[in-house]
Design a protein around this ligand. Sequence first.
Ligand code: ADP
Length: 623
Amino acid sequence: MSVGQVETFEFQAEAQQLLQLVIHSIYSNKDVFLRELVSNASDALDKLRLESLVDKELDADTSDLHVELAVDREQRTLTVRDNGIGMTRAQVVELIGTIARSGTAEFVSRWQQAKQDGTAELIGKFGIGFYSGFMVADRVVLVTRRAGETEGTRWESAGADTYEISTVADAPAGTSVTLHLKPADEDDHLHDYADPAVLRRIVKRYSDFIAWPIRMREPEADAAETLNSMKALWSRAAADIKPEEYTEFYRHVSHDWTDPLETIHLRAEGALEFDALLFLPAHAPYDLFTRSARRGVQLYIKRVFIMDDCEALLPEYLRFVKGVVDSADLSLNVSREILQQDRQIQTIRRRLVKKVLGTLKDMLAKDPERYTGFWREFGQAVKEGLVNDPDNQAAILDLVQLASTRDPARPATLREYVERMKPDQTEIFYLVGEQRATLENSPHLEAFTANGVEVLLLDDPVDAMWVDMVGDYDGKAFASASRGEVDLKTESDQAPAAEEYAGLLAWMGARLAEKVKQVRLSTRLTTSAACLVSDALDASPALEKLYRAMGQDLPKAKRILELNPQHPLVEKLRAAHDERGDDDVLAETAELLHAMAVLAEGGELDDPAGFTRRLADRLSRTL
Ligand code: ADP
């Protein structure tokens, strides 16, 4: 497109919705628009410095990188300008124009749901900082030129349904965002953002730690004044840092507007020196399990920003941790690939993992309620570490909280479970499945409940996997309540008459041979007629399902049908079989018993229509 020609675009419907949310609902405090724009400018300066270190050919002036605020009181405009990396036209269209990045629609719908539920502030933020300018302005003009390019791009919008883009010849390097300010309205928390005193206060409050100078030049003054102290927060002594400084820094790195749950400030000295300032967020981002738009830990080398979301610094299961690591002795030329191999990075990573897990352990001991809140948000991710991080498995097991039959509303730690075990109990019993309600009412629990033996209810997909791999906790083996034989070591006053049932069991085993491996008497049922269990060495149905979801086809293991000899239906079936031997009506009853066992554990029938037909036949005969 040629210089001067203006193209008009329409925001997509979903972008418009997002825009309306930003303008009207997301932030109650309008001042934060400046934090967002300064934060973007600071990122752009970081990127330019890094780019010029790596790419010696890049023709960019990095001698005086800074952010500048300029006000025009007459025109009522505020301009936030940086001489950073800038954007190409394509980037303006992609990053600024469309806002149609993955997850936008999901964000909007979640937000609306959360607002209905009254939990609006509970969700992590989507990258919408730039648009917060529309809270205070009725028109926004962005002019930018990418380092190394000759032409610039101008973007303008009134924040309604359209925006305009044109190519400009004479744009300075970097980006300027000019806000045409709405009239101040103190009732609406809309201050006069053309007033230097107001800007001074906001920068000090939200952006003091920004490592680049944020300058303001008042129209009548000769020299620009620098508004921020520019001290990298992580390099200051923890004792001198105020809680609100940590909070603002957290917001800067995380783009989350809620307060962090926990701040971890670590300074390593000696052979390997580094500073780390890490935060545990209070709430899980909506995309914790979708792997998009991650913002984890930033890597700095001697105060120079190197990269966002440095996955080499923390394992995947701690991906929700935010913050900064600054190391003194790495090369500025590092790439992500090299980092994974770097011995120093590996050492830093080990230290950080220990520190994070240790902090969580302390929180669990000292403030269990807060910890439970943390676990509710992030426990599902942390449990992945039981599978992926064998070195820290023991430490993670101490952090796990699981639902239990003792009080389904109160999760239990494994330590608590073990302390509550019955004197002669040697195993930690659990039941895996997909739905908590199905688990709570599962027939597999009947004998456990009757004998007062606690069972852990594992309903996260990842549970099926780790519980199989981990083996034991504190020397007590994990044992599934729906696998193998259970021996609750209770004196059974009514020992099932094995011989009496031998004939029925053998006959049913043969009749149901296509569906089950074996039919046997149960020691785990008290009220239900039948249930299905897995053979001791077979994978649980939950694990099979998990593997199938990951694209690995595990052969379906046949299960064992267990009958409750105390149940009238089973007793009568035995009597009828003793009398009549094999016949089709009895065989149908056997099929129905099997189908009932499948349904009771939340399973799916191979032939649901056949089942209902048979059941309807039977019922109609009772009327
Ligand atoms: P985010 O929360 O991702 O920063 P924004 O809407 O604030 O969301 O910005 C979107 C993207 O636009 C940024 O990630 C960045 O790539 C680009 N951007 C915004 N402001 C600037 C700027 N001043 N200089 C260069 N790029 C910018």
